[in-house]
Design a protein around this ligand. Sequence first.
Ligand code: ZN
Length: 405
Amino acid sequence: MNTAIKKHSCFFSAGLAFFCAATLLISVLSTPAFSAGAESARLAKVTVTEIKHWSNPDYTRIVISLSSSAKFSHKLLKQDETLKKPRRLFIDIAGAALDKALPKEIPINDGLLKTARAGQFDKETVRVVLDIESIEDYKVIPFEEPFRIVIDVTGKQTAIQKSAEVKATQAQPPPKAHTPKKAIRIVIDPGHGGKDPGAIGKSGLREKNVTLKITKLLKESLTKNGLNVTMTRDTDVFIPLEERTAIANSHSADLFVSVHINSSPRRGASGVETYILDVAKDEETRRLAARENSTSRKAVGDLEFILNDLIKTAKNNDAINLASAVNNKLVARLKQSYKGIRSNGVKGAPFYVLVRTRMPAILVEVSFISNAEDEKRLRTDKYVEEAAQGISAGVMSYLKDTGAL
Ligand SMILES: [Zn+2]
């Protein structure tokens, strides 16, 4: 049996965003007959492979990864004074087995949650219990490819982080008249990667490779302009959507820009469009959100329902202004060198990568890889460079307009 454990890691970023990731990776049993959970492993169709958590000032995210999709249910239990048990939220995963090497208890202690506990509830059910310190609300969302259950618990800003912020404020010297402005932090997110190729063009061009090329040049351009740039990935690697958001939050980014290439069954579809988080207004947008979220169209509807309150509050002027600036400058730049460039404008869609970002966050669909002309252009260094320069000009224009530069 191979067991790999990535140890708990925590760090502070700019004194504000507190980020913690405890990762436990457990490989699937190679010899189930010799495991203590042999019977449950034999009965179970899926294995719980990983439990991770991230702490932010006002929410904690727990991600349970499974070897394949499974049915699950969840329930919030009241405090039980006679048994001296706190409020707890449990998730029951049907037809699942838990590797014995997974620790019985994962400490969290961030003011919202105390611990996550995972156990074999019965022969065919794994139960994950979250012991609650103080939460106001929670959301449970399933995701495909790979199958995982994302649990976000929210509450008021926690005591631990409040005291950390006070300390950070106290530690800072009083501002001087000539103190230069703090560099703007931007997190750039190249769509897809690794086992997730994104959309694939008729001649075989893969979205994941084009987005990486564009964003590398975008980083170069924005760095030259004095911005502090972080990429969610800079190699061909798979990163789940919820981790991309966590990277942006943990870096206390001021802006988040996710870069994608569009695709449509209508071969003639073309143009630039830029998205903010919102409900989808039509079927085409819902189909796009399903593809970008690696999920079904029905799941997009469920996501809109579950995240309704978050989606509504995300639709703010900062995100709209950033999306407009990027869309306009990108279209203008491409038009300088290419014919037939269209703007499809700023739109809203429930892209999961934009959910719970704590800064203005947008997703740019640069062109359509499904369009033969676009695909040909996307293969060239010139088009990739122009696209990067266009997005960069949009970001800089937004920052100038807001007075941040
Ligand atoms: Zn994409």
